[in-house]
Ligand binder design. Structure first.
Ligand code: PLP
Length: 390
C-alpha cells in the first residue's frame, strides 16, 4: 500500500535542474495547505498553474530583460495573443508597427477587429512620417502600443524614447524584441512596460523548440498570469528545460552572430550584384543612427536586394551550399529565403509592395558556420549569375 506520509526521494543538489514532469502536487497536512493559500509557502498546486521548470527559465528571462518577472508561453504568437487579450477590451484601440511579423498583423486585422478592438497600423519605415502619423492617431483610447523593432526583414527601428514621451499612463508600451534579444537591446530602459520574445529564435538557438516569453512588472505580469492560468497556453516542461539550457549560452551565441552579421553585411554591400543591404550595422541603413542609439549589436539577419531578375535571384539561392532554404533565424544553421517566394508568397503583389518585399529581396540568417566559408559560398553563387546583372 502506498504511504502518503513517506518522504519522496529527492536529491536537491543537482547542478542541472531536473525536468519537472508532475502536474499534481501534494501537501503534507492541512496546515500547509492553509499556509500555501496565504502565500506563505512557494509550493505547486496544479500543472496548468505551476511548474518548477517554468519557474527556472522565467527567472532567467526576467533577469535578461532586467524586469521584475517573466512568463513563458508555448510560442511567440501565444505570448503576443495573451498580452493583447489580457489588456485590450471592446472599444479600445491599439497602435502597432505595420512592418511587424505577418501573423501579429493578421491577429490585429482579424481577431482584434472581431472583438471590436481598433488596430491602427503605422509604417515605421520613414521615421518622420511615423512620428507624424503616430501623433495624429494617438489618443486616450489607445490602450496599447505594440512595436516590433528591429523589424522583419528590413530591420527598421523606431525612436523608443520619443514614443514613451508621448504616452499617457493608461497606455501600455509593448515591445517585441525578438530580433534584438536581451543581449543587444533592453527595451525596459527606453520605457517598455512589457517585453516579448519569440524564444523560438535566438533565445533557444537550436531550432528544436517553439516558445515565447513576456517580461514586465509584478503587477502587469500577474494579469497575464491570470490569463494564462485560465486559458492554459502553457509550455511543456521539456521545452522549458531546453530553453533554460540554451539561455546559459545566449551571450556567447549572440556575440558570435553579431560578428558574423557585421562581416557578411559588409561583404555583401561591396558586391556589384547587390543593390541594397539591410543590416543596422551599416551606415547605409536608413535607421543606422537609431540603431546606434539603442542597440549594442546588430544580429545575424541580413536582407539584401540583388541587381538580378526574380528568376536569377532564385538561381543564386539554389546555388548556395551552406544555408538551408527556409525562414527560421537565430539558430546554429544558416537559412536563406527569397522573401517573395517563401514567407510572403501568399500576399498579393500590391500587399508585398506596400511592405517593401520586392522579388529580388533575399533574407539570409546566419548560423555558426565559419564566416569565411559562408563568404566563399556566396562568392561561388555570385559567379554563376554575375553575367545576368541588370
Ligand atoms: N515575433 C517575431 C518578430 C517573429 O519573427 C515571430 C516568428 O517568426 C514571432 C513573433 C512569432 O513567434 P513564434 O513562431 O515563436 O510563435
Amino acid at each position: 500500500m502506498p504511504n502518503r506520509k513517506k518522504k519522496k526521494p529527492n536529491l536537491s543538489n543537482t547542478l542541472i535542474n531536473p525536468i519537472h514532469q508532475s502536474v499534481a502536487y501534494y501537501f503534507n497536512d492541512t496546515n500547509e495547505v492553509i499556509q500555501y493559500q496565504n502565500n506563505k509557502y512557494s509550493l505547486g498546486r496544479y500543472g496548468r498553474y505551476d511548474n518548477s521548470s517554468w519557474l527556472e527559465v522565467e527567472q532567467q528571462l526576467a533577469a535578461l530583460d532586467d524586469l521584475e518577472e517573466a512568463l513563458i508561453f508555448p510560442s511567440g504568437m501565444s505570448a503576443i495573443t495573451s498580452v493583447f487579450l489580457t489588456f485590450l477590451k471592446s472599444g479600445d484601440k491599439i497602435i502597432y508597427a505595420k512592418e511587424c511579423y505577418r501573423n501579429t498583423k493578421k491577429l490585429c486585422e482579424t481577431i482584434l477587429a472581431e472583438l471590436n478592438i481598433e488596430a491602427i497600423p503605422i509604417s515605421i519605415k520613414n521615421t518622420d512620417k511615423f512620428n507624424e502619423t503616430f501623433d495624429y492617431y494617438y489618443d486616450e483610447n489607445v490602450k496599447l502600443i505594440f512595436i516590433e523593432s528591429p523589424s522583419n526583414p528590413h530591420l527598421y527601428m523606431v525612436d523608443f524614447e520619443r514614443i514613451k514621451q508621448k504616452l499617457n499612463k493608461n497606455t501600455l508600451f509593448v515591445v517585441d524584441s525578438t530580433f534584438a534579444t536581451p543581449i543587444n537591446f533592453k527595451p525596459k530602459y527606453w520605457g517598455a512596460d512589457l517585453v516579448i520574445h519569440s524564444c523560438t529564435k535566438y533565445l533557444s538557438g537550436h531550432a528544436d523548440i517553439l516558445a515565447g516569453s513576456v517580461s514586465g512588472s509584478y503587477y502587469n505580469i500577474s494579469k497575464v498570469r491570470d490569463f494564462r492560468n485560465m486559458t492554459g497556453c502553457i509550455i511543456s516542461s521539456q521545452s522549458a528545460s531546453l530553453l533554460s539550457r540554451s539561455l546559459a549560452t545566449l551571450k556567447l551565441r549572440v556575440d558570435y552572430l553579431n560578428t558574423a552579421g557585421l562581416n557578411i553585411a559588409q561583404f555583401l554591400e561591396n558586391n556589384p550584384l547587390v543593390n541594397k543591404v539591410f543590416h543596422t550595422s551599416l551606415p547605409s541603413h536608413p535607421h543606422y543612427l537609431l540603431a546606434n542609439k539603442y542597440l549594442t549589436g546588430h544580429g545575424s539577419v541580413i536582407s539584401f536586394e540583388m541587381n538580378l531578375t526574380k528568376e536569377m535571384v532564385s538561381q543564386f539561392i539554389d546555388a548556395l551550399k551552406i544555408p538551408y532554404m527556409g525562414s527560421n533565424f537565430g539558430s546554429y544553421y544558416s537559412m536563406v529565403e527569397q522573401c517573395s517566394l517563401f514567407t510572403y508568397y501568399n500576399l498579393s503583389t500590391e500587399e508585398r509592395e506596400a511592405i517593401g518585399i520586392s522579388d529580388n529581396l533575399v533574407r539570409l540568417s546566419l548560423g555558426f558556420e565559419d564566416i569565411n566559408a559562408i563568404i566563399d559560398d556566396i562568392k561561388g553563387a555570385f559567379s554563376l549569375v554575375e553575367h545576368y546583372k541588370i
